[in-house]
Design a protein around this ligand. Structure first.
Ligand code: NAP
Length: 281
């Protein structure tokens, strides 16, 4: 499993982590076993949120990491509606209780909201000083919103921006990703497998993925993840509630595409025109 520096945190993280959105809908025991299998395979960056299953998913993650907390880089998110200065601290305390831990490795603002950003970031810094979070970042921020966060907090404070990024949605490559790279902010690709809508093997792009997969003795999804991870600022957090999916995704962390192979994918899944803002689901 390739590892790389995660933004300014000084931590080296596996390029592939584990998402947990909608996991409350999955078979609970199987999903928890899949998360644990992921930890066995080095998928130690586990991403959750107070939003997911209204807290139920954080409880599942708490169960999955019980007895293994020190292996895990644990990330959760505060909802924008809770992200006042006091609300952020209270939301974090609730997440810690559900996750049955005393600290988060990373705490994110889930998307920009109506509470002043300076209040949310002041709460993040207060939580950091108290040792309840070790780093903080944002999600679904475009380059202007990121610039505001950097202006408030200073350079080297925003650990990451978690953004929608998959083969058929490459809009962040125009401006949000370059901004992150210029400022040493990690880019965490969410829904990296298209949130369940992966290119059909019969499509033109699907055929390119199949051909490259065969050349590497891998699978189209592994090739897709390797393409997303081709830049050193990038991490991906595919969600899988089945151990066989986790195993397939973990193996993508060792697959490296040649420049020529990446160019073929780039042509088959063009990044499209620049649009305002960042794409979301
Ligand atoms: P995703 O990871 O792109 O796709 C998940 C779907 O793909 C699930 O149905 C899963 O099935 C399936 N899958 C995973 N690995 C597979 C494999 N090897 N073969 C076949 N199918 C496979 O979608 P996502 O859940 O939308 O995004 C990933 C994570 O990003 C989320 O879980 C969440 O943590 C985060 N996220 C963040 C935001 C945000 O606003 N910050 C938004 C969306 C998502 P099984 O479950 O059956 O294994």
């Amino acid at each position: 499993m390739q590892k790389r520096s995660f933004g300014p945190t000084g931590r080296r993280l596996p390029v592939i982590g584990q998402g947990t959105w909608n996991m409350e809908r999955d078979d609970r025991a199987r999903a928890i076993a899949a998360l644990r299998r992921g930890l066995d395979l080095g998928l130690t960056h586990v991403d959750t949120a107070e939003l997911y299953g209204s807290g139920e998913v954080e409880e599942m993650v708490g169960e999955a990491i019980a007895g293994r907390r020190d292996e895990v880089f644990l990330a959760s998110k505060v909802l924008p509606e809770n992200a006042s200065r006091r609300g952020t601290i209270a939301a974090c305390e609730r997440s810690l209780a559900r996750l049955r831990t005393d600290r988060l490795d990373l705490y994110l603002l889930h998307w920009p909201g109506n509470h002043p950003l300076k209040d949310t970031l002041a709460a993040f810094e207060e939580l950091t000083q108290a040792g309840k979070i070790l780093a903080w970042g944002v999600s679904n921020f475009d380059e202007q919103e990121l610039a505001e966060a950097v202006a408030i907090a200073g350079e080297g404070r925003v650990a990451c921006n978690q953004l929608l990024y998959h083969l058929e949605e490459r809009a962040i490559e125009h401006a949000a990703m370059p901004y992150c790279e210029e400022h040493g902010i990690a880019v965490v690709a969410y829904s990296p497998l298209g949130s369940g809508r992966f290119p059909s093997p019969r499509s033109r792009g699907g055929r390119v993925l199949a051909e490259l997969a065969a050349a590497h003795g891998g699978t189209p999804r592994q090739v897709a993840l390797a393409f997303l991870l081709r830049r050193p600022s990038l991490f991906a957090i595919p969600k899988a509630s089945r151990s066989e999916h986790v195993e397939e995704n973990a193996a993508a962390g060792d697959l490296v595409l040649s420049e020529d192979e990446a160019r073929r994918i780039d042509e088959a899944f063009p990044r499209g025109r620049r649009r305002p803002g960042v794409p979301t689901l």
